[in-house]
Design a protein around this ligand. Sequence first.
Ligand SMILES: [Zn+2]
Length: 107
Amino acid sequence: MSLSEIAVQLLDGLNAQLPDSGFRLQGIEVHLGKMVEVDPEHLKAALCAMLPRVEVQITVIDALLKCTDCGAEYPADEHPCPVCGSPHAELCHGADLQIVRAWGETM
Ligand SMILES: [Zn+2]
């Protein structure tokens, strides 16, 4: 998926939640997981281009693994599991790509 397609998809989801009229969007916050192969600066530029005069904040979410043997959650760069040493883990954070907050004013 291209960057502009990602931006369009994010904004489609947002628009579905906002009132049709009488609302002026002022800012959005996007969570971007580290495992998502999107550059935060490029994503921000794509969103800013589509949302003139709207503040765009990108928060990069660290990748977090969950040990499938002992259940511990730990940062991906500490793999294997620091608690039990198991190499078996699943990704529980880091694939995020969503608008988590939007703010603005009603007119
Ligand atoms: Zn473990």
